[in-house]
Ligand binder design. Sequence first.
Ligand SMILES: NC(=O)C1=CN([C@@H]2O[C@H](COP(=O)(O)OP(=O)(O)OC[C@H]3O[C@@H](n4cnc5c(N)ncnc54)[C@H](O)[C@@H]3O)[C@@H](O)[C@H]2O)C=CC1
Ligand SMILES: O=C(O)C(=O)COP(=O)(O)O
Length: 528
Amino acid sequence: MAPRVLISDSLSPTAVQIFKDRGVEVDYQPNLGKDKEKLAEIIGNYDGLAIRSATKVTAKLLEKATRLKVVGRAGIGVDNVEIPAATAKGIIVMNTPFGNSITTAEHAIALMFALAREIPAADASTQAGKWEKNKFMGVEITAKTLGVIGCGNIGGIVADRAVGLKMRVIAFDPFLSPERAIEIGVEKVELEELLRRADFITLHTPLTEKTRNILSAEAIAKCKKGVRIINCARGGLVDEVALRAALDSGHVAGAAFDVFVEEPATTNPLFGHPNVVCTPHLGASTTEAQENVALQVAEQMADYLVKGAVSNALNMPSITAEEAPRLTPFVKLAEMIGSFAGQLTDTDITGIRLEYEGDVATMNTRALTAAALTGVLKPQLETVNMVSAPAVAKERGLGVEEVRREEQGTFDSVFRLTVKTAKQERSVAGTVFADGKPRIVEIKGIQMDAEFQPSMLYVTNKDKPGFIGRLGTLLGDAGINIATFALGRQAAGEDAIALVAIDGAVDADLLDKVQALPNVVQAKRLRF
Ligand SMILES: NC(=O)C1=CN([C@@H]2O[C@H](COP(=O)(O)OP(=O)(O)OC[C@H]3O[C@@H](n4cnc5c(N)ncnc54)[C@H](O)[C@@H]3O)[C@@H](O)[C@H]2O)C=CC1
Ligand SMILES: O=C(O)C(=O)COP(=O)(O)O
């Protein structure tokens, strides 16, 4: 069945076309994001959800999203998506981190000029037939100091444009390296210094608990008198009530806002002030940017839903479309080996060691580790998948250790997983043969050669004559057909393992009988 995607915000028709071209069914309902109830009613029918900023992807909505595998944000900010809730449900959240950054930076520059020359008010007055030539006295921006709060992609482009406009640019960003600051021609400063020195302040951080109200009443009070503030990033970075008071007192000379605490903003503390310029979250609204983000989000989502490739995900390691075909059988192997070990473990797991040997050590082991953890955790936690497994493992305090060795042994690649419990360590290793099928090649250091089958019986025993015959007879008497029978042992007469693929299931009663056979140490049913 073709995957189905819902687009619940306004997106360029390019997205619809790309989904169709790539074999994804698509429903384009550009206003649905604003209708929470309706969206919750139908979200259960879709594998993918493509959004902009109007759709709020809350934990409550995700509860109804029983089929959802991916949320694609055609844009940058993902503060409208509850990512931990998506991760917990195994839903990938991806964005398009660069598609609209130039456009948004240009909007910030446009708003800076609009403020400096009071263009919106002058336009309204002129078109009202007032010709108030003496009312509007602007300020030059040349040689003025621009303070950039958050100097990442967009902040960096704004800084670059501002340098071109002959401004002096200072930036506050704890993650801006001194080398990058030199490269883009900005002076890196602390927030206090920026507030003290800047004639214009522009904000370009995401909205997080750290950045909320970064321009608080207190911070605004520390600003130079006559400062002008531009916010093209997110509502909530500036305390709107405090800013209004500072505008009213004349401490702040002007403010240009594209984003607001409450959106859509139909009322706002800033509205109505003569030195305030507002736009309705238009930062990303150019034909070019919308074309970029629509194309990119549709390609990324289709690549994931159709080919298993992951890019620009915020809660999952990337898998390129090129590596996906080579990686996929190993993802399967890692998950099955993980599942094998998980099903064998009854007590609390304290740690997991993942060893990648040979070719597999050169692959995307982050993705393979996520798959292996999924397998280990699934017997206890049905809903876990590659997206949520690493977070769940961390939450449960499982120490995860990765070892990579590129030298090959008997096989081109070996993946070995060791589960540690308070009582013991148990390792299982496997490989992928040329047929693309995962195989078990070693259990607890004992060599084996077994394929995974949907229903299997795992028996450890003392290597004594008669065991195989007795097990075969017991299963035969119960009407169970043996599909394959793999054996391995440490040495003659010592610990041995039998891995039996069976048609049909072994019930608890029969399992007890297997367990009761002479020399049997442990008997377990496994399902794959
Ligand atoms: N108005 C609009 O339509 C648009 C708004 N945006 C907003 O712009 C924001 C920035 O986008 P990008 O530049 O692409 O993101 P980015 O991730 O490249 O840059 C953000 C920068 O903020 C810095 N930062 C993080 N915490 C900080 C803190 N506490 N103090 C100072 N700096 C801090 C980071 O180090 C990073 O360099 C987005 O998160 C989004 O909210 C993005 C596109 C369009
Ligand atoms: O990309 C972003 O972060 C934006 O804020 C753009 O929002 P929008 O897609 O125009 O609703």
